[in-house]
Design a protein around this ligand. Structure first.
Ligand SMILES: N[C@@H](CCC(=O)N[C@@H](CS)C(=O)NCC(=O)O)C(=O)O
Length: 208
């Protein structure tokens, strides 16, 4: 199995924290997004989607999505479960993770990629040349403003985002907080449940 990644980027960070928490070590190669190495022929032959992280399994199969990579690695390494134990826990972890990715991460990505000059004609990751749409920055800010209270309400009811146990959804929320820093945003001051959750998540991840 081989992992292609770029440590500083948000999606690689999601997988890296999952691997670190579970104590999984993989043969790893960095693909430098800073020099657009993902658009070279060599990486295009490995992952035509031209995104990282990409996981190539021993049989040659390619997994391009962090969620799929984590589901696979969890099944192969069941110790310290991060994807839920019971049927209901598994459903809650995937559901909260989906909300975090689609409502939070995507909003931040819209703000970042549609506003930063380095992403001119690269408004979405991947091979398509897509123009920036400045209005998406404004829409992203509105979406993010609605995201935090939804998260804070859930963290007022449970210690972790998907319930009683620390999970991959907490890792994704933790990465979202780091990614929010890229657009100079953070957990709002009035989201006190999320503030205290963040300190606990940091300790749980050994990131203190
Ligand atoms: N759908 C992929 C997203 C992967 C992704 O967007 N990765 C970014 C780095 S955070 C990337 O490869 N960007 C390449 C680019 O911007 O050209 C997943 O869930 O893993």
């Amino acid at each position: 199995m081989k992992l292609y990644t770029y440590d500083p980027a948000p999606n690689p960070m999601r997988l890296n924290l999952f691997l670190k928490y579970k104590g999984i070590e993989l043969d790893t190669q960095q693909v430098d997004l800073g020099t657009l190495e993902q658009h070279g022929d060599e990486y295009g032959a490995i992952n035509p989607a031209r995104t990282v992280p990409a996981l190539v399994l021993d049989g040659g199969e390619l997994l391009t999505e962090v969620i799929g990579q984590c589901v696979y690695l969890e099944a192969m390494n069941p110790d310290k479960p991060l994807m839920g134990d019971t049927a209901l826990e598994k459903a809650e972890v995937i559901s909260w993770d989906h909300k975090i990715f689609l409502q939070g991460m995507a909003a931040i990505a819209d703000i970042f990629r549609n506003g930063h000059p380095a992403f001119k004609d690269r408004a979405m990751p991947g091979p398509l040349k897509l123009p920036q749409i400045p209005e998406l920055c404004e829409r992203g800010k509105l979406r993010l403003a609605a995201f935090w209270p939804m998260i804070d309400e859930q963290l007022g009811k449970h210690p972790w985002i998907a319930g009683e146990n620390f999970s991959f959804a907490d890792i994704d929320l933790y990465c979202l907080v780091q990614f929010a820093g890229w657009i100079k945003e953070g957990i709002p001051e009035d989201c006190s449940n999320t503030q205290t959750w963040y300190e606990r998540a940091k300790t749980e991840l050994g990131d203190a």
